[in-house]
Design a protein around this ligand. Structure first.
Ligand code: C2E
Ligand code: CA
Ligand code: CA
Ligand code: CA
Length: 278
């Protein structure tokens, strides 16, 4: 048993070393990714009532490194959050999103809003509000077409100051969605004071919703909360019609997931937008 313990430990520490090594690799490669044009934006449709209406597009970052290959955001975003690099990357994402959005509008293409993910260290940066204002000005992107997705975890500390930042941006017309809702610890009394336009029901509650009664109860509770706050709830990660049917039965009308559209790069997104053109 003693030997086994030692083996387990060795395996564990080797694993940790490899993980740490991987993180260093990712970190140095990511620092050059913007300049080397390895980062791209993908866009995923958000729909109302079974894709009759395009509500908006969520912007999702993609990184294709020549030797590391396609690195998933779930791997490099948390790493970039730890090092603070996310502030530069997040700024790049925001700027590119607004440039793309302005370009589409100039072409007469309607997409609803662009929903951009914002990480905690980015939103907490002292000059975040000023940065957003500058990007909107530089790109001439209409503020009311920009939605910022914040996770609940962004808002647990310094909540008063962060709510103030939200209101400052809201005064310009910028919208807010609370991402991965149900997985964090939002205080309901704070939530009430935030200028929120949407709650996004986390995929973890949607995955088994067709069969899992407790997920149905949670989804129902989030939908009721959305009603109370006067904001729609987007259910994310819908892959099967059975999931959509159960959610519709609970009163959900806003959806996002592979069933309605995969994240696509700009050229394919443009094809979609042209087909939606009135
Ligand atoms: P998220 O914000 O919750 O984004 C939704 C994720 O679910 C995306 O993964 C999307 O591709 C995936 N997804 C959407 N529909 C389905 C579905 O039907 N089935 C399945 N299995 N997955 C679906 P992705 O693009 O890998 O991003 C993962 C996370 O990385 C995002 O989760 C977000 O937290 C973060 N992220 C991505 N882009 C950015 C960014 O530009 N900035 C920041 N700060 N975070 C980002
Ligand atoms: Ca999101
Ligand atoms: Ca989410
Ligand atoms: Ca998520």
């Amino acid at each position: 048993a003693k030997d086994q313990g030692r083996d387990t430990f060795r395996f564990y520490s080797e694993h940790l070393t490899r993980q740490a090594f991987q993180n260093v690799l990712i970190d140095s490669a990511l620092r050059e990714a913007v300049a080397k044009k390895e980062l791209h934006l993908a866009f995923q449709p958000q729909v109302i009532n079974d894709s009759q209406t395009l509500l908006g597009l969520e912007v999702l970052l993609r990184w294709h490194h020549p030797t590391l290959g396609k690195v998933p955001p779930a791997q490099f975003i948390p790493q970039a959050e730890r090092t603070g690099l996310i502030r530069n990357i997040g700024h790049w994402v925001l700027e590119q999103s607004c440039i793309q959005g302005s370009h589409w509008l100039a072409e007469g293409l309607e997409f609803g809003h662009l929903a951009v993910n914002v990480s905690a260290p980015q939103f907490r940066a002292e000059d975040f509000v000023a940065q957003v204002k500058k990007v909107l000005q530089d790109t001439q992107f209409p503020p009311e077409k920009l939605e910022l997705e914040l996770t609940e975890s962004v808002l647990v500390r310094d909540t008063e100051a962060l709510i103030e930042s939200m209101h400052e941006l809201r005064a310009l017309g910028v919208m807010f969605a609370i991402d991965d809702f149900g997985t964090g610890y939002s205080s309901l009394s704070y939530l009430k004071r935030m200028p929120i336009d949407r709650l996004k029901l986390d995929k973890s509650f949607v995955d088994n919703i067709a069969s899992d009664e407790s997920d149905q109860i949670i989804a129902g509770a989030v939908l009721a909360l959305g009603d109370a706050l006067g904001v729609p709830v987007i259910a994310e990660g819908i892959e099967q019609d059975a999931q959509a049917q159960v959610l519709k039965g609970l009163g959900c009308t806003h959806f996002q997931g592979f069933l309605y559209g995969m994240p696509m790069y700009a050229p394919r997104t443009e094809v979609l937008l042209r087909s939606h053109k009135p």
